[in-house]
Design a protein around this ligand. Structure first.
Ligand code: GLY
Length: 577
């Protein structure tokens, strides 16, 4: 198999470049020094496996496994590679969440972006207190302080087996030597270019990104090389920090001090028992983990109502919408950054509380929206976001990682002389309580803007284990559709015994309390014809929408991994011996 594409150098060329490049001036982290060889561990699975967003990141991961790396090494190599080859969502200018299961223990790393020090609660409101349209979505003021580089640094330092330079090598190669642009990437670029036209410098960097072209990013290659040589320090206090701050000066809020003070945080994952499995998923500042657990448990609580109800039938859609209505009511009210707001995690995931919420479900007709949660919402504009990858190594470790620049190509700003696409994550704050963000979801003061605060997210990288062993690794992009999509795929697998590829490809729908009694469906598997008529007859409005779903999942059958990439995206799976 040809491992590295469009490269003059070969696979071993990556490794050689990594070893030849000597670290200078960053003795504290000594990233160029190889870690001492780990004690040989017996393999517990027949192979390692990946499900990732594109073929280049798959090649990178495969190489890392061949060099003796583990799931964390592979994950970090994938993340840096996607920042180059999947620039619409892969990133070093954004942030994300990583759920890990290493040596039989769960971990969660929050490398979500933070609001700049100069951010204020009303920074997106005009004199009349109205939200200024687009201000949190486009341009310099939409950008949160990026977390991805520190996240990858911390994960690899803590759990990786390889030397830091080895995991950076594939990304540097693709940035320096180029990669072949896919049709989907060009399409997304074209859409973004229209959206950013006249607002940002997007086209200066991505004007030449055309299908079939070997696209090179020399500025980004230089940044990645410095990160390889100097570790995360370059990004947060070195030359790259200076370039980002310089780009921002006079336009945006992020300064050198913002970058210097950024830190990714290790948190306790949300944990729950469900049908004999242990679920590990994202805690706040994600809403997704709590939402996923509430969905799974409420459905189990209403098992009698679901008995003999066919998958994706009108009654099934109704019952799921009833459950989702309650989950989104909680999301709007209680969720925000736990470092700033006391999120009642234990209460929201408590079995008795969830059972009480489940008892409010009306099995016949849609509950009145106002009785569940008052407020007005708008529908989500058609905009895409985020990317996910799942990794399992033959030693039984797993990484489930979702990261993002929010909308495709984030704020549309590329930091000058770096090629770094900067996020528009500030839109995930509630600019004004009760006013919907780009995903159409509303928030309360729990998610208001404050300096150094992390905006509420829906990203839900998830791992299920059984008897202490990894059983499923799953996640997807899709904003507020993320955890309802994961929930549906888990149902497909465990409640309807669907084979993994079918479970991932099957119809998905979404309800989120607002707009009232609206069921969103996606063109890939439409709700139409007789099914649509029957759902409408139950009192729902149907609305087509691109969820931008791209589930990447790995299931372990016995001791053999099986992987599935969503047919909706350009994802790739590999089983690596
Ligand atoms: N920006 C999408 C999310 O964090 O859920």
């Amino acid at each position: 198999m040809k491992l590295f594409r469009n490269a003059k150098s070969s696979a071993s060329g990556f490794a050689l470049a990594a070893l030849l490049s000597v670290s200078v001036g960053f003795l504290e982290a000594t990233p160029a020094v190889a870690k001492p060889p780990a004690k040989a561990q017996p393999a517990v699975l027949t192979a390692s496996a990946i499900a990732v967003a594109d073929e280049y990141s798959a090649d990178a991961a495969e190489q890392i496994f061949k060099e003796g790396g583990n799931a964390v090494d592979a994950a970090v190599a994938i993340a840096f590679t996607l920042a180059v080859t999947y620039p619409e969502a892969g990133n070093i200018g954004g942030g994300g969440f990583m759920t890990l299961y290493v040596d039989g223990k769960p971990y969660f790393l929050d490398y979500r972006e933070r609001a700049p020090l100069a951010a204020t609660k009303n920074m997106y409101l005009d004199d009349k207190g109205e939200v200024i349209k687009g201000m949190s979505l486009y341009g310099y003021r939409a950008v949160g302080v990026p977390g991805t580089v520190d996240g990858m640094w911390q994960a690899q330092r803590r759990f990786g087996k390889l030397n830091w330079k080895q995991v950076l090598a594939p990304a540097i190669h693709y940035a320096r030597d180029g990669f072949q642009v896919s049709e989907q990437l060009q399409q997304r670029r074209d859409d973004a270019a229209k959206e950013f036209a006249g607002k940002t410098n997007f086209d200066t960097y991505f004007g030449n990104l055309k299908q079939g072209v070997n696209f090179k990013q020399p500025d980004l290659a230089a940044v990645l090389q410095r990160i390889s040589d100097q570790g995360a320090k370059d990004f947060y206090s070195g030359k790259t920090a200076g370039l980002i701050a310089e780009s921002m000066r006079g336009h945006g809020l992020i300064t050198r001090a913002d970058l210097q003070q950024y830190k990714a945080v290790w948190r306790q994952p949300i944990q729950a028992d469900w049908k004999g499995y242990r679920v590990y998923t994202a805690p706040p500042p994600s809403s997704g983990g709590i939402g996923l657990v509430q969905l799974l448990k409420m459905k189990a609580d209403r098992a009698a109502d679901f008995k003999d109800v066919p998958l994706n039938s009108p009654q099934y859609i109704h019952l799921i919408a009833e459950i989702e209505k309650r989950v989104f009511a909680d999301r709007a009210q209680y969720l925000g950054d736990p470092d700033f707001y006391k999120v009642p995690v234990a209460q929201l995931t408590d079995d008795a509380y969830i059972a009480k919420r489940a008892s409010e479900v009306n099995p016949e007709t849609p509950s009145d929206t106002k009785s569940v949660q008052p407020g007005l919402g708008t529908s989500m504009p058609e905009k895409a976001e985020t990317t996910h990858f799942s990794v399992v190594d033959k030693w039984g470790n797993a990484v489930s990682n979702t990261y993002t620049v929010n909308g495709y190509f984030g704020s549309g700003v590329v930091a000058d002389r770096t090629g770094i696409v900067l996020n528009d994550e500030m839109d995930d704050f509630s600019a004004k309580p009760g006013v919907a963000n780009m995903f159409g979801v509303v928030g309360s003061d729990a998610n208001s803007i404050e300096p150094k605060k992390r905006p509420l997210s829906s990203m839900s990288p998830t791992i299920l284990t059984k008897d202490g062993k990894v059983s499923l690794v799953i996640g997807t992009p899709g904003g507020s559709r993320i955890f309802t999509s994961i929930f549906q795929v888990i149902n497909n697998i465990y409640d309807f015994d669907m084979p993994l590829p079918q479970a991932v490809g099957a119809m998905r729908f979404h309800h989120q309390l607002l707009p009232p009694n609206t069921i969103f469906w996606e063109p890939y598997q439409p709700i139409d014809g007789e099914l649509a008529k029957q759902v409408e007859a139950k009192g729902y409005t149907l609305k087509a929408q691109n969820f931008n779903g791209d589930i990447q999942a790995i299931k372990i059958n016995g001791n053999t991994p099986e992987a599935a990439a969503d047919p909706r995206g350009r994802g790739v799976t590999r089983i690596i011996q």
